[in-house]
Design a protein around this ligand. Structure first.
Ligand code: G6P
Length: 369
């Protein structure tokens, strides 16, 4: 079994470190030789179908649902189509307003999640074309969809999803750029800028992974933390949710993800010197606002963790732990910020001595509704 883990202590750690390769494999063959266009032969839907739709439904469970939340930002911004995001188990029972002009995109690593499969069938019954983003080839969801964008991340063994998540985000970027290309909502130069950024991601992810040891060395003081708060804004909000989910799943520490700007409407009441608060502070349009939230946490004594692409003394002065990551196109930053959060959850879980690869009560694929 050790051999399968290639020397890593757990499958999860191996899979975290496989991300540069997995991302390269998701991109392989999907960018034209002149780096100007996206090729998605996997999508069996006609151009007229893709240009004729007036809404998208993104449906998933768990970590894949967090990918869907990032997908909404991408698709609405770049392909200019309204997107609804649904948790699969909620979708069917709300009499969804879905028809043949609503493209449904289901996201599932395993392709076997019962709620997601049931939602897919519901959408099809109501006449919607269905695409899937899956990791497992020929899975039930893949087989029942009109087209599949495979993530090609390779088998994911750890119950807590890591490389499947970041490659779902890559698949969503590819799909969004393809839609934008078909619908002509994006200038060629903008598309090419994103393509260039996509191609340099494996190298940047490799760089982020170098934080592994530093993160391992910071976790001990937080071993007995009872709660963690994760804050992010815009496309980083779903990453805050995902970071909190990772921590809950494998370390059994309660954690909550929240939109940073909403903190003042509730979670701020929880902040005291015992609460670790992880803030995703990315240098984008809302950076100044996130920094203001940071000041508020600091004023109440919260133990601040910062993940940022900005190395500045003002932030350093506020932070207990400060993890600097490289910067890239803002639409791709969620892929980079995911990684320190995976490592943080992993190292805390290892320190707590939990069964990292097979946490209690959880299953890799949930085939009951
Ligand atoms: C289970 C797993 C999660 C996963 C979710 C959805 O809860 O433990 O890691 O995100 O199912 O799985 P799927 O295979 O549909 O992406």
């Amino acid at each position: 079994l050790m051999a399968e883990k290639s020397g890593y202590r757990h499958f999860m750690l191996k899979e975290i470190h496989e991300q540069p390769r997995a991302i390269a494999d998701t991109l392989a063959g999907r960018i034209s030789e002149n780096k100007a266009e996206i090729i998605l032969n996997d999508i069996q839907l006609s151009t007229s179908c893709l240009t004729g739709i007036d809404r998208l439904y993104l449906i998933a469970c768990g970590t894949s649902w967090h990918a869907a939340l990032v997908g909404k930002f991408l698709i609405e911004k770049l392909a200019r189509i309204p997107v609804e995001v649904d948790i699969a188990s909620e979708f069917r029972y709300r009499d969804p307003l879905i028809n043949s002009r609503c493209l449904t995109l289901v996201i599932s690593q395993s392709g076997e999640t019962a709620d997601t499969l049931a939602a897919l069938r519901q959408a099809r019954t109501q006449g919607a074309p269905v695409l899937a983003i899956c990791n497992v080839v020929e899975s039930s969801i893949a087989r029942e969809s009109d087209g599949v964008i495979y993530t090609h991340a390779g088998p994911e063994i750890g119950v807590a999803s890591t490389k499947a998540f970041t490659t779902q985000l890559i698949a969503l970027v590819l799909f969004t750029l393809f839609l934008a290309q078909q619908r002509k909502t994006l200038a060629d130069s903008q598309r090419q800028e994103l393509i260039a950024a996509l191609m340099s991601l494996p190298r940047l992810v490799e760089e982020v992974l170098q934080l592994d040891e530093a993160i391992e060395q910071t976790v001990r003081p937080y071993l007995h933390a009872r709660d963690f708060l994760y804050l992010g804004r815009g496309n980083q909000y779903p990453i805050a949710l995902e970071g909190a989910l990772k921590l809950k799943e494998i370390s059994y520490i309660h954690a909550e993800g929240y939109p940073a700007g909403e903190m003042k409407h509730g979670p701020i009441a929880l902040i005291d010197e015992d609460l670790p608060v992880l803030v995703l502070a990315i240098k984008n349009a809302t950076f100044a606002k996130v920094c203001a939230n940071l000041e508020e946490v600091h004023a109440r004594g919260g133990q601040i963790f910062i993940v940022s692409d900005c190395d500045c003394s003002d932030l350093r002065a506020l932070a207990r732990e400060y993890f600097i990551i490289p910067t890239t196109h803002d639409d791709l930053m969620p892929i980079l910020t995911s990684i320190p959060l995976q490592l943080l959850a992993y190292h805390l879980a290892v320190l707590k001595g939990t069964d990292v690869d097979q946490p209690r009560n959880l299953a890799k694929s949930v085939t009951v509704e």
